[in-house]
Design a protein around this ligand. Structure first.
Ligand SMILES: *Cc1c(COP(=O)(O)O)cnc(C)c1O
Length: 419
C-alpha cells in the first residue's frame, strides 16, 4: 500500500484536527495546503474509521485555500507499508522511532484542543518554556500488546489518565480529560500499529507527556501546555525467564520527602535519582532502594518501581502517602495476590522486615514483576531464595502478564480492546 501524501513539518498549531469527509481525501492530498495533517489515510482504513468515530473531530473549512491558518505543505511523505524491518527477537528497551505522535495544546485556564496525529519527530519549543526552565512536566507509561487472535490490548489506561490528572494538579498544570487521554492513546497506538511486536515478542510502550510548553521567565506556571504521546516497540524485559536483581539501600540521598512531589510522575523526580542509581550501577548493583527521609528506617521504593516483601502467606508493601509513586502494577498485583489467597498489607515496612523476608520483588510497567535476588544494607548483603526465582514472584508475574497479553480470561475487566 503506497499512497503518496504530504505533510508539513511546521510546528504551527492549526485549528483543524481530523476531517470527517472521506471524499476530500484525494483533494487534500493534491492540495498545496492542508487544513488537516491527517488526510493521507486511506479513506476506509480501520484507523481512519477509528479516528472519525472515537476522537473528537474539529470542524474543518476552507480546504485548499490559502488562508492564514492553513499549514504549508512542503515535504512529501508516504503512507507506511504494513510491515516494519525489525528483528523482533533482538528488540530491547531502547527508543525506536515510529510513524506518528499525538499532540494537543491548552492555554492555562483553558481546555485542550482536539489534538492531532503528526509524523513522529522533533518538536519546536521556546528556550523559556516552563518545562525547560522550571521542570513543569509529567510523564506516563503504559503498554499495548498484540494478541494471538489479532486484537490489541491496553492495560488499565484510565488509571494512567487519572494519575496524570492528579500529577497535573500538584504541578499547577491543566490536564486532558480521562476520555481525551484514553482516546488519544488508542489513536496513537492504532496509527503506529505496524510497530506493535507480534504476540509474545514484546509490546508497544506508550509514553504520554504533559509539559509546560509556553514561555515564562519569572517563576510561575507556564501560559501554555502540550499533551503529547509517542510510542516505541520494546522487547520483553525478561527474555529468558525472570532473573533476580540486586539492590543496594541508599542511606544518604532520598528521592522524595513528605510534602514533596514523590507521589506524582513529575520529570524532576527522575533526574534526581540518576546520581544514586549511577553510583550503584558502577558498583555492580541493579538499582537503589530508598528509605523514608525522616526516620531512614521504612522502605519507600526503587528509582522507578514499587517494592513488595513476602513473609509466609503475607505480602507487605509501603502504603501510599505522598512519597512513593502509586504504581498501577502495584495496585493490580495487590488485587491479584488477594485473589490468590495471600494476605496483602499496605503499611509502613521496616528495613528489618525486608532483611528477614522470604522473598522480595519490585513492580512497574516495564518489568511487571521483578524478583529481588539480594539486598545490600550498610555493607551487609542478604540473599533471597537459593539462586532461583521466588515462587510468589513467579506466580504473580505469570498471572499478570498472561492477563495483559490476553492469554487468560480477564475477569478483572482491566484490559481494553482496540479492535
Ligand atoms: C512509574 C513508576 C512506578 C511504577 O508505576 P506503574 O504504574 O506500575 O508503571 C513506580 N515508581 C516510580 C517512581 C515510578 O515512576
Amino acid at each position: 500500500m503506497e499512497t503518496s501524501a504530504v505533510f508539513s513539518n511546521a510546528a504551527t498549531t492549526i485549528g483543524g484536527g481530523f476531517h470527517r469527509d472521506t471524499t476530500n481525501v484525494g483533494l487534500l492530498s493534491r492540495s498545496p495546503y492542508l487544513k488537516t495533517r491527517f488526510s493521507f489515510l486511506p479513506p476506509n482504513s480501520k484507523l481512519q474509521n477509528h479516528l472519525r468515530f472515537n476522537l473528537p473531530i474539529a470542524n474543518t473549512t476552507n480546504y485548499g485555500t490559502n488562508n492564514a491558518q492553513a499549514v504549508r505543505v512542503d515535504s512529501p511523505l508516504s503512507v507506511p507499508s504494513d510491515t516494519v524491518d525489525i528483528d523482533w527477537d533482538t528488540i530491547g528497551f531502547g527508543l525506536v522511532n515510529t510513524d506518528y505522535m499525538y499532540t494537543s495544546k491548552c492555554a492555562l485556564g483553558g481546555s485542550f484542543s482536539k489534538g492531532e496525529l503528526v509524523p513522529f519527530g522533533n518538536i519546536e519549543i521556546n528556550p523559556s518554556a516552563g518545562v525547560l526552565n522550571y521542570g513543569q512536566g509529567l510523564f506516563e507509561g503504559l503498554k499495548a500488546y498484540r494478541t494471538e487472535d489479532g486484537n490489541i490490548l491496553l492495560f488499565r489506561p484510565e488509571e494512567n489518565a487519572t494519575r496524570m490528572t492528579m500529577g497535573a494538579e500538584r504541578m499547577c498544570m491543566p490536564a486532558p480529560s480521562i476520555d481525551q487521554f484514553v482516546q488519544a492513546v488508542k489513536a496513537t497506538v492504532l496509527a503506529n500499529e505496524r510497530w506493535i511486536p507480534p504476540p509474545g515478542k514484546g509490546s508497544l510502550y506508550i509514553r504520554p507527556l504533559l509539559i509546560g510548553s509556553g514561555s515564562v521567565l519569572g517563576l510561575a506556571p507556564a501560559p501554555e501546555y502540550t499533551f503529547l504521546i509517542y510510542v516505541s516497540p520494546v522487547g520483553n524485559y525478561f527474555k529468558e525467564g525472570l532473573s533476580p536483581i540486586n539492590l543496594i539501600i541508599e542511606t544518604e540521598m532520598h528521592r522524595a520527602t513528605p510534602g514533596g512531589t514523590g507521589g506524582v510522575k513529575t520529570i524532576g523526580n527522575y533526574a534526581a535519582v540518576l546520581k544514586a542509581q549511577g553510583a550503584a550501577k558502577a558498583r555492580g548493583y541493579s538499582d537503589v532502594l530508598y528509605l523514608d527521609s525522616v526516620h531512614k528506617n521504612y522502605l519507600e521504593e526503587v528509582s522507578s518501581c514499587n517494592i513488595f516483601v513476602v513473609k509466609g502467606n503475607t505480602i507487605s508493601t509501603p502504603d501510599i502517602k505522598g512519597t512513593i509513586l502509586p504504581g498501577i502494577t502495584r495496585k493490580s498485583i495487590i488485587d491479584v495476590a488477594r485473589d490468590q489467597g495471600f494476605q496483602v498489607e499496605e503499611r509502613a515496612v521496616t528495613v528489618d522486615e525486608l532483611l528477614d523476608a522470604d522473598e522480595v520483588f519490585c513492580t512497574g510497567t516495564a518489568v511487571v514483576v521483578s524478583p529481588v535476588g539480594s539486598i545490600t544494607y550498610l555493607g551487609k548483603r542478604v540473599t533471597y531464595g537459593s539462586d532461583g526465582v521466588g515462587l510468589v514472584s513467579q506466580k504473580l508475574y505469570s498471572t499478570l502478564t498472561s492477563l495483559q497479553m490476553g492469554l487468560t480470561d480477564d475477569k478483572m475487566g482491566w484490559t481494553v480492546k482496540l479492535k
